[in-house]
Design a protein around this ligand. Sequence first.
Ligand code: AMP
Length: 191
Amino acid sequence: MINLVLFGPPGAGKGTQAEKIVNRRNLVHLSTGDIFRRNIKEHTELGDLAKSYMDKGELVPDEVTIKMLESEVDRHVNSNGFIFDGFPRTSAQAKALDAFLETKNTSISVMLALSVEDDELKKRLKKRAEVSGRTDDADPDIIANRIAVYKSETAPVADYYKAQNKYEEIEGIGSIEEISEKLFDAIGSHE
Ligand code: AMP
């Protein structure tokens, strides 16, 4: 089993690259943002709660997010592995994920961190808003808050994986294919 954490600020290309990796490796793609958006569309209780945070560019509380992620993992226990996209986003989530995977006799293989400059991120999110219909991509104040939350709460998660020698940083600039190849090399060195 191989379990990957795809990491990076909003607009770094996590969703695009997750698709490439999933296609090649036949992994289960779990994007917490996508799962929240699905719940919002379906007007579930979880969706209503998540929306109140997402609309401000804040993180959904750990307790709710962790519980949701764990039940998604449980639905796919016999898979080849997982690609976690947008999770963990806090140190508490990272610790909970390790503890949970241990109960399944598995663990994170590597964190793949896509790095992209702030100005480029803002440009990409603005462009994405035109096609994604995501309100949190369309408002510059919400974008700025998401990047600020990333820096204060999410960026420290990298240290958690660095301490375990499971951290690989990949520059998220260049063609989609070029970046994918760098990611595949990094995955290969942790198998
Ligand atoms: P994303 O699609 O990954 O950009 O996530 C969109 C929004 O969903 C974020 O701005 C958060 O409000 C929420 N979200 C997604 N993943 C998480 C997570 N792991 N922890 C808390 N909130 C999350």
